[in-house]
Design a protein around this ligand. Sequence first.
Ligand SMILES: Nc1ncnc2c1ncn2[C@@H]1O[C@H](COP(=O)(O)OP(=O)(O)OP(=O)(O)O)[C@@H](O)[C@H]1O
Length: 260
Amino acid sequence: MEHLLQVEHVVRKFGGLTAVDDVSLYLNEHELVALIGPNGAGKTTLFNLLTGMVPATSGVIDLRTNKQKYDLTHKNAMQIADLGLSRTFQNIRLFKNLSVMENVLTAMTSKYKEGFMTAVLRLPSFYRTEQEMKSEAHQLLEIFNLSAEEQTLAKNLPYGIQRRLEIVRALATHPQILFLDEPAAGMNPEETADLTDLIKYIQEQFKITVLLIEHDMSLVMNLAQRIYVLDQGKVLASGEPAQIKANPQVIKAYLGEGAD
Ligand SMILES: Nc1ncnc2c1ncn2[C@@H]1O[C@H](COP(=O)(O)OP(=O)(O)OP(=O)(O)O)[C@@H](O)[C@H]1O
């Protein structure tokens, strides 16, 4: 079977340290997959490789879409984003002094490539596009329960809501694959439960593939169809949540005794 994303024998070295060590994995269309593992296991580095933020030392990353195959190891972050791969960051990256609405609109501009002169002269097509963008942004913010905050500056939002806004921004680019780096970090159990429902909802509604890094096992076990466990740069195990929970190596390296 051909996969949407196929990672084969990918390695990333930083000097003498091998952060990602011969990793192979795949994502199918409309799958929700989790990447877990101890601190320093190489999870974020793998995200950086998949989204073109750091080049691989060796290996192949193939994306199969629109009946074409693209080798992502030869593309930069902008080209990969254009192919429909979008991400959030562990350390939130919002425009802190822009409003919630402006944050979403700026994310959309990569999709709507209006000519510079059309924008400067404010020709009719610019308004039409701006209108479309605003209408879509309203819809997205409503789904994420952020309508009341549209005019609030990002810096004035509580941390958990900033995380939700980051996901809205990533979705605003109409991704085919969404990479979420610790979406529940810093959230309380209630916020995490809400976020779990929301991620499931957007994956189904927008028919996207999601790969998420997360330390919160309630979110991972409730949400993921498959899980990859990274340890010291290598894939220690992969499988369905029940298999991962029962894997003695995973329990030893990461989950700990008594994990449920
Ligand atoms: N730019 C870099 N230069 C040098 N070393 C790096 C760089 N980025 C990551 N590393 C190292 O690579 C290893 C993997 O780090 P990475 O951040 O990918 O782990 P992680 O699994 O995401 O950890 P965490 O769960 O703490 O976020 C670590 O030892 C880290 O110090």
